[in-house]
Design a protein around this ligand. Structure first.
Ligand code: BG6
Length: 506
């Protein structure tokens, strides 16, 4: 049974709160997963009354799914929303939040359990915990206190360490929840179930049978509208340091001794520690960066990255990045990992493709160029979530011709498959005190340690090119040359889970 609590959202009037947090908590409420004694306190600088906050963030919020709820449910949920305005840069002003919490805690009997969610600019990540401590809100004899922090968690290893250190003054590691929303995705969690909940994959999951691993996280939109943020970040920091390396850790980790947070986190940490660093002088060889340029997509002209407002005309910020690296441990020695992500690619898709080695001695002819003899396991993170295994079958008729076929599972086929949004799962886990799907401080630091030399090389070495790629394409062609093996290229996914040579939707 879940304990009573108050969810305190800092930055409550902001974009993330509107797009993700309030809609996710409402889903949990509709699913009756929240305790009876529950309240949400929104805190931001803007002055709102409780009612104005309810209207703006809930009733008028186009991201909230009002379906499967009648007006009585909506009224009950809205009655749990409260708001207090605080000058968030002024530590003394947090007394207003403290008083309001004391009032709500007494009224709704929430036992002093507070979950603080920082949905604010990172510049407040140290100020808010400090202010909470100043007002005695970071710990209590009576209830638990947890702190959820959004990315970016630092901007390099040094700043991540400094932030961890600062936070650990006020909250213990067990009470710090660093959110990476990819870990809340059902299909990212399912990577662990596929591997460790079955007997057939794990024996093959190593350098003896696997030729390479590819991870693609493609997005079909550009960054217009958020270029101010993006230009200071770029694809490597925005997607690779966090989401993609987290996926790598799920694909590459050893079996944990059990499914507890600490067991899983310590295996993941070992993966981060074993990724072979890419030295500055190797960056040009192992990392390709790109930037989208103007192009026509479905008859419409799309502007290039440098043409957006807030982007300097000579910006070198990458909107695409592809990396090749190795994991130096017993299991993965010599197996290349390829990961890439980009904006304005042909479709929105995230997937892991495991390519197995060819049979040791080829006996049969392939029917077409697609009938490769490498079995591939495709683990689709999103959309059309599912798994497909490609393998060769005999083409009916004379001789022994082989054709690639797919064995597929789609999540949509599961009965009652409401795939919960990542934020629903993660918020609920934190409320329950389960940190399994949150990033550990040390992993975050190790991930930066891997990223930092790449960023430095790009900054210092003018000769490393930024390749332009027309918006709507799979990034710079040269990225295909990274893939080992003659004629081998990236596996370009389609919207649907499997590739049908006669039909594709981009
Ligand atoms: C965010 C990045 O963390 O993840 C965005 O800042 C990116 O740039 C987003 O678009 C992708 O998330 P999802 O869940 O849509 O794949």
């Amino acid at each position: 049974m879940m304990q009573p609590l108050i969810l305190v959202i800092f930055g409550a009037s902001g974009d993330l709160s509107k797009r993700k947090l309030i809609p996710a908590v409402f889903e949990l409420f509709k699913d009756k997963l929240l305790p009876d004694n529950f309240a949400i306190l929104g805190v931001s600088r803007t002055a709102y009354s409780d009612d104005e906050f309810r209207k703006k963030l809930f009733y008028d919020n186009e991201h909230v799914n009002f379906k499967q709820s009648d007006s009585e449910v909506q009224v009950r949920f809205a009655s749990k929303l409260f708001y207090t305005s605080v000058q968030t840069s002024d530590i003394e002003d947090y007394v207003k939040a403290k008083d309001r919490l004391a009032e709500l805690d007494a009224k709704y009997k929430t036992a002093g359990n507070y979950m603080f969610y920082l949905s604010t600019p990172p510049s407040l990540y140290e100020t808010i915990p400090k202010a909470l401590a100043r007002h005695g809100l970071n710990q209590s004899e009576r209830g638990w206190r947890r702190l959820v922090i959004e990315k970016p968690f630092g901007h390099d290893e040094t700043s991540a360490k400094a932030l961890n250190k600062a936070l650990l003054q006020y909250f213990t590691e067990e009470n710090l929840y660093r959110i990476d929303h990819y870990l809340g995705k059902e299909t990212v969690q399912n990577l662990l179930v596929t591997r460790f909940g079955n007997g057939i994959f794990e024996p093959l999951w190593n350098r003896n049978y696997i030729e390479r691993i590819e991870i693609t996280a493609a997005e079909s939109v550009g960054v217009k509208g958020r270029a101010g943020y993006y230009d200071k970040s770029g694809a490597l920091k925005d997607m690779v340091q966090n989401h993609l390396l987290q996926i790598v850790s799920h694909v590459a980790m050893e079996a944990p001794i059990n499914a507890d947070a600490s067991a899983i986190r310590s295996e993941k940490l070992k993966v981060f520690q074993s990724i072979r660093p890419i030295k500055k002088e190797e960056v040009a060889k192992y990392v390709i960066r790109g930037q989208y340029i103007a192009s026509e997509i479905f008859g419409e002209m799309v502007e290039g990255y440098r043409e957006h407002d807030d982007v300097p005309a000579n910006s070198k910020t990458e909107t695409y990045v592809a990396l090749k690296f190795y994991i130096d441990n017993w299991r993965w020695a010599g197996v290349p990992f390829y990961i890439r992500t980009g904006k304005y690619l042909p479709t929105k898709v995230t997937e892991v493709v495991v390519t197995f080695k060819t049979p040791p001695h080829p006996l049969f002819k392939r029917q077409s160029e697609y009938d490769d003899q490498n079995n591939q396991l495709i683990m689709r993170i999103q959309p059309d979530e599912g798994i497909a295994l490609q393998f060769g079958m005999k083409v009916p008729g004379q001789g022994f011709k082989v054709k690639s076929v797919n064995m597929e599972f789609h999540y949509s086929e599961l009965i009652d498959s409401h795939l919960p949004e990542a934020y629903e799962r993660l918020i609920l886990d934190c409320m329950r005190g389960d940190a399994t799907l949150y990033a550990h401080g040390e992993s975050v630091e190790s991930a930066w340690r891997f990223i930092d030399p790449i960023v430095e090389a790009w900054r210092e070495d003018e000769s490393i090119p930024v390749y332009g790629y027309p918006a709507g394409t799979w990034g710079p062609d040269i990225a295909d040359e990274m893939i080992d093996g003659e004629g081998e290229t990236w596996y370009n996914p389609y919207k649907a889970l499997t590739r049908d040579v006669n039909f594709c939707v981009l």
